[in-house]
Every structure is written in C-alpha cells, then in structure tokens.
Design a protein around this ligand. Sequence first.
Ligand code: ZN
Ligand code: ZN
Ligand code: ZN
Length: 372
Amino acid sequence: MSHRNTTTAGPAIYAERLARVRAEMRSRSVDALVVSVGFDLPFLVGYHAMPLERLTALVVTHERATLVVPRLEAPRVEHHATVFDLVAWNETDDPIAITAGLIGTARNVAIGDQMWARFLVELLKHLGGRQFVRSVDVVGPLRIQKDAAEIEALVAAGAAADRVAAQLQSGAIPLVGRTEAQVSADISARLIAEGHDVVNFAIVASGENAASPHHHAGARMIRHGDIVLCDFGGTMNGYCSDITRCVHIGEPPSDIARAWSDLQRAQEAGVMAGQVGATCESVDTASRQVLTEAGWGEFFIHRTGHGIGMEAHEEPYMVSGNHLPIALGHAFSVEPGIYVAGKWGMRLEDIVVATANGPLRMNATPRELVVL
Ligand code: ZN
Ligand code: ZN
Ligand code: ZN
C-alpha cells in the first residue's frame, strides 16, 4: 500500500486551512489541536504520516503549528514545512513529552480521531485536568465542504472508477467460471491500471451472496443465472472513488428486472434530493420512500449513503435522524439496495457533490442492469 506524501494542493491552501481551523477552534473554545496518523494531518498541512510505532504529531495552538516527527522521517517533511515549525526527535528522545510540552497549558484539547491509543494513553499522563474533544469538532466542518481542487480530485477518481465499471458492463471482465475472489482481484488491478494509487475495496457478490451488503468476495463460482454485484473504489491523488453496478448473467427473471427498475428510481430520487439546504436525512427518505411504496421497504437494510473525500466513508451520513443541511461542496454516496436473504441482492451507487446548480454525479456509467 503506497500513500502519497503530498496532495495536489500548494502551500497557500494549507496556510488557509490552518487559519480556518484556528477560527473553528476559537469559536468552540478549543486551545490546542493534536493530530497524528490519519487524514486530518494531510488535510491541514499536506503531509501523510507513516503509520508507524514512532510518533508523528501536529500540535496546533492559536499562536503556532508544530510538527513533531521522527528524525529519520524529517527529510520527507522538510519541503512541507512552510506552514509549521518542525521538531525532529532522536531515537533516545521522548516524543510524548515533547508533544505535551507543545500543548503546554491548553485547557481544552482536540485529539485526532485516528491517533493510536498507544500514543494517546501515554500523552494523557501528561495532561491531567484538561478537557478533551474529538478533532472532528474543529477539522470536520472544513473537511466536509470540498473546495474546487478537492472536487476536481473526486471527479478524476470517479472517472477512473467509471472506466472499470464500463469494462464490467462490456463483458471485458470475465465472470462466468471464475470465483468472486478472482473477479475481485481483477477489478482491483484494473482500478490501479486506471490511475488509483490504492484500492480500498472490491466487493464481488454473486447470486444469493449479493443479499449480504458487505459480502467478502470468496470461493463461490459465478454461473449462468446469477446477478453479480460489484462495489469497488480506491484512492487517487488523495481522494476516493466508490461505485456499485450490478450485471446479470443471462436474462433476469421478472422479479429481479422489476426490482432493478424500482431500485433505479429510488437511486434517482435520492440523488435529486441532494440539494443545497435539504437535510441529509431527506436523501435517505427520498430513496426509501420509492422502495417502500414498491414493496421493498423491509429489504432495504442500510442507510442510503455516506460522505466521501480523503476517506472512503466520512461525514456527512445520509441517514434517518441526520438533520444537517446539505451545503455547497458536500460529497456523498447515494446507494440504495434491495437484499432478499438466501436469494439475491442488488445495489446501485454513485457519488454526488452538492453544487449551486444541483446535485452533480461523479459517476456517469449507465445505471441499467446490464445483461451479459
Ligand atoms: Zn458500503
Ligand atoms: Zn460502494
Ligand atoms: Zn459507498
């Protein structure tokens, strides 16, 4: 797995993001922000920490930003160090004490969601009497609204995933006589060939296995009469793709054909509900209502979508109870499904970005149930 150290954005964007996160910190009375491995760090400063036992931590206060980094990683970091000070620690130093020193007397501290417990547990010993919040409180509001460069990256990742989906629909990816696992490996290789840096998942679920939404591609051999659900995506230039298409081996029986046309209408309704100002919940409601009226309500067993960006699943979530209003630059999946246990399943998924001109799909692959 290779992580790019840099994203396409330049230093100006990171200075702006740090200024904005400080404004969020001020408005929530957060005195210090500490992020480590994960995605808040590359979002804020353009540097992706290696997930290693040696601590890398960015400490942001109202006055300064400091990246604590193992000495041997410093050469990878130095050219990023335009918006933060760099503290390189030696093998015999205590990076936890250094980080605690930078946090200083800050009373209200935000901690990165993906900071490992092995670091946090040690850090907490230095931080008695403080209050803690999650970094999502101060970085989340920035990350959820994609800027023009981020949307461009989502468009490119979506187009690359579309090219693989087109290969699936054209029959260029052999299915019959292969196992799900073989097809999954094939799709993964094609995602890389089309420009992704990392494959995040390649679900291949055939026949009755398609009734399990996150089925692990396995030894089942794909055969005539199967529906084959393929849900795959990866990361390209720091941003994720995620698409689901289904194909049917031979003409589908009438119940499956009818279900697919209901599913297509449900997905369309969900996408069209993704308007600026509407609630996240209303996307879920729009898709669910179509399926419920068509008699499939009890077979649609998950939320309609999730946000997407640097992470394959992030805020906002398109789920009942989420009253967050959709804003410009929100990026999310719309992926209703129908799952009939022991028989078959189907899902249809596109990524959508909320724009001033309405919902913009990142995926253009035809949404028909293609017969192979
Ligand atoms: Zn999923
Ligand atoms: Zn998906
Ligand atoms: Zn998804």
